[in-house]
Design a protein around this ligand. Structure first.
Ligand SMILES: [Ca+2]
Ligand SMILES: [Ca+2]
Ligand SMILES: [Cu+2]
Length: 358
């Protein structure tokens, strides 16, 4: 059993030595078209769902942290899942072949606790207040914001925009507290998921809270909510009886969001009914980081027992899709869908939830 209170403090400071691109030199993810474009590369998942920072722009490690350690295991707000065998992935042809969702295969996971909701602004603020942690978006001084949320004057000042995914703007001063850049605020969104969270940030939060990021296998086991080989956490129909069950994009991406599900951006983490395990918004709302390095070929590796992803990679896995996902361009709001981003990248639709060993 893992016991947070016996971890020596010296080890904590090492764990908070945040890796940057300069230290592990990732391969640059290609910027590839998502709409009406040529087929995507087999080497990495398309970055259309969440833009990546250019490599080689590291700004140095964060200062060592004063870490306030919880003195007991915090299972509040978590569900205990039984683990076991399940069919992971999908071979149904609905996903991008290059995402490596398939083949559908039997996988075993151990019992684990998982947050019923994505980590909220409220919770993330508690972490920041306790540790003084500085997020990657703050260290770089910018993050990616969806163009539709940016005032025209501010859009004109954008640092850059990926050529093939022009709906992302690199906006100076955007971070978890300023999701749409300077002048925006999370004041009325404390129960929304924290966004502009890099993998490094999420890992630091996990460390502080005595938790960890889920493996992709754990995430998918959780997302399926006890159902077998279904497309969504609630079944095979996207809108059963005409009811929206998750926060994605309706209308015509990226120009017109009809908001038929009630939200154009993030929604509160408890919006929409939970799945069979009592977990909210596993698909839609925000992408959720997983602990694994991403590989498009790992699903074919034959790993059955508690797969944890490859040993290294250019990018970390993320799951579940976001409020920007639409059938016409990514269709990644299915439980088997996956994508990736580099560990220091942050966008306005990328957050996380934590798990804990039993
Ligand atoms: Ca929506
Ligand atoms: Ca989600
Ligand atoms: Cu998407």
């Amino acid at each position: 059993m893992c016991c947070w209170s016996i971890l020596p403090f010296t080890r904590l400071t090492i764990l908070f030595d945040i890796p940057t691109p300069a230290t592990y030199n990732p391969r640059r993810l290609p910027n590839l078209p998502c709409i009406d474009g040529p087929p995507m590369s087999a080497e990495a998942s398309s970055p259309c769902c969440a833009a990546s920072r250019p490599s080689g722009t590291a700004v140095g490690n964060a200062e060592p942290l004063e870490v306030a350690r919880p003195n007991r295991r915090q299972t509040r707000g978590m569900a205990l899942l039984p683990g076991g065998r399940f069919i992971m992935g999908s071979g149904d042809g609905h996903g991008h072949p290059d995402d490596g969702e398939g083949p559908a295969r039997e996988v075993i996971v151990r019992p684990f606790y998982i947050d019923t909701c994505a980590v909220t602004n409220q919770s993330f603020r508690r972490f920041i207040q306790a540790t003084g942690y500085v997020t990657d978006a703050e260290r770089y001084g910018w993050s990616f914001v969806f163009r539709g949320f940016v005032r025209q004057e501010l859009a004109a000042t954008a640092i850059s925009s990926p050529v093939e995914t022009p709906w992302w703007l690199a906006i100076a001063g955007s971070d978890w507290q300023h999701p749409e850049g300077p002048g925006s605020s999370i004041r009325r969104r404390m129960d929304h998921p924290a966004v502009h969270i890099s993998w490094n940030d999420a890992a630091a939060y996990c460390q502080w809270s005595g938790k960890r990021l889920p493996t992709e296998a754990e995430w998918e086991f959780a997302a399926r909510g006890g159902l077998e080989e279904r497309t969504y956490p609630w079944g095979d129909e996207l809108t059963p009886d005409g009811q929206h069950r998750c926060n994605i994009w309706q209308g015509s991406f990226p120009t017109r969001n009809d908001k038929e599900d009630g939200f154009d951006g993030t929604c509160p983490v408890r919006a929409f009914p939970p799945n069979g395990f009592g977990l909210f918004n596993m698909t839609g709302n925000v992408w959720e980081w997983c602990g694994d390095w991403f590989s498009a070929t790992y699903a074919r590796s034959g790993m059955v027992d508690n797969p944890r992803g490859p040993d290294l990679g250019p990018a970390r896995s993320m799951r579940g899709g976001s409020y920007l996902c639409h059938e016409s361009y990514c269709n990644r709001y299915r439980v088997a869908a996956r994508s990736s981003n580099t560990p220091d990248s942050s966008t306005g639709n990328l957050g996380f939830r934590c798990v804990m060993d039993t």
